[in-house]
Design a protein around this ligand. Sequence first.
Ligand code: 5GP
Ligand code: ZN
Length: 127
Amino acid sequence: MGAVRRADVKICAVPECLFCSIAAGEVPATLVSDRVRTIAFRDINPQAPVHVLVIPRSHHANLAELAGAGDGLLAELIDHAHEVAVAEGVAGDGYRVVFNTGNNGGQTVGHVHAHVLGGRRMTWPPG
Ligand code: 5GP
Ligand code: ZN
């Protein structure tokens, strides 16, 4: 699919946030699918044949903040992640959804995102 389109309404965008800028269409990314409150786009540095990031359009720094919002957005994000796995053809063989959270979790972008990884056998424990 094409580039992420500029959202009709910019929701709670944080000026210095990379993923807010992607959601707003100000930074290009390769769109996989979009919904009213979430979007999915390909990771710029894929770690598996399928590596898609799913984010809320609105800014939440991490999983705790998203869970705390309590408006069903976290469930929507997970549902969108599964939809991506199905659409990318990896749901049958299995896939992994990861939220890196905080320093020890390896989070590098401070806008919550689910990694959807598939297309190869994942190892455990993670690195
Ligand atoms: P984290 O390390 O926070 O869990 O994941 C951040 C992810 O964002 C990394 O996998 C990284 O490759 C990806 N990423 C960083 N900058 C960009 C970008 O400008 N565009 C896209 N599509 N992905 C990015
Ligand atoms: Zn943001």
